[in-house]
Ligand binder design. Structure first.
Ligand code: CP
Length: 304
């Protein structure tokens, strides 16, 4: 039986802990001078991206290469997708070439779930529409655990475009399972109705969301997914919801600042916060390679 990683909704706290423990070891490899290991020797990893990406796509490719896999990438522009080939036909074609792990990003929620039963390759969700981005949340949790020593009992505030964010949904599933207390904050127009049912507190202002937080995470304002009129302008957004040095004083004095990237500087976070000593954004990127190594390695060995 093959195993996939489609979302954190389906994983238990023990399974998440196992991935994080494995990723912590992988991070030592990422930081070492010799990054070649035999963990995926003989395996083939294909990344199939229907949306733009820098961090996720490159980190999956590097993770595969560090573990000695054969790695290839295909994107919607420049492939037969642009000639009208369907997602299913494209995936079956990639599968027929001996692919062991298919990493995919798609603008439609549920796209990897659709493909999973149709291909023999393990499917890894690298972001599907507004649904989930599981490896992002795993790398966020690894970074939090390393900087704070634990996840359980921490107060994590996630602020920004909650409505369109797959990152926030995966983080809510993961962090609440691992025992964190999660608050979300943003303009009322960017807070989904009923988000509290996922076990979080929701605030239509940034101040209440981040007060006493151990972790403050900004979310990108996803202008490409939005209809106009959800907030007046990015300048207004920063004025009322942006995280700057002043607002950060509401969080705990040792709070860390995170962002999944790409950051809109001066919109979600001020430049001084992004580049400040509490920011762990660059370390999140390093954790991303380690988490993707752990996920692909565990999937090749029978799952989590
Ligand atoms: N965080 C994230 O998914 O970034 P990319 O879109 O650059 O992959």
């Amino acid at each position: 039986m093959k195993h996939d990683l489609l979302g954190l909704k389906e994983l238990s706290a023990d399974q998440i802990g196992h991935i994080l423990d494995t990723a912590a070891s992988m991070k030592e490899i990422v930081k070492s001078p010799n990054k070649k290991t035999p963990h995926l020797q003989g395996k083939t990893v294909v990344t199939l991206f229907y949306e733009n990406s820098t961090r996720t796509r490159l980190s999956f490719e590097l993770a595969a290469k560090y573990m000695s896999a054969n790695a290839a990438n295909i994107s919607s522009s420049g492939s037969s997708v642009a000639k009208g080939e369907t997602l299913i036909d494209t995936a079956e074609t990639i599968n027929a070439m001996g692919t062991d792990i298919l990493v995919m990003r798609h603008g439609m929620s549920g796209a990897p779930h659709l493909l999973s039963p149709l291909v023999s390759a393990a499917v890894v969700n690298a972001g599907d529409g507004m649904n989930e981005h599981p490896t992002q949340a795993l790398l966020d949790m690894l970074t939090i655990r390393e900087h704070k020593g634990r996840i359980e009992g921490l107060k994590v505030a996630i602020v920004g475009d909650v409505y369109h964010s797959r990152v926030v949904r995966s983080n809510i599933y993961g962090l609440t399972k691992m025992g964190a207390e999660v608050s979300v904050g943003g303009p009322a127009t960017l807070l989904p109705m009923g988000i509290e049912k996922l076990g979080v507190k929701a605030f239509d202002n940034v101040q209440e969301a981040i007060v006493d937080a151990d972790v403050v995470m900004g979310l990108r304002i996803q202008l490409e997914r939005q209809k106009k009129g959800l907030f007046p302008s990015t300048r207004e957004y920063f004025r009322f919801f942006g995280i700057d040095e002043q607002r950060l004083k509401l969080a705990k004095p040792d709070a860390i600042v995170m962002h999944p990237g790409p950051v809109n500087r001066g919109v979600e976070l001020s430049t001084s916060v992004i580049d400040g000593e509490r920011s762990v954004i660059t370390d999140q990127v390093t954790s991303g390679v380690a988490v993707r190594m752990a996920v692909m390695y565990l999937l090749s060995r029978g799952g989590f």
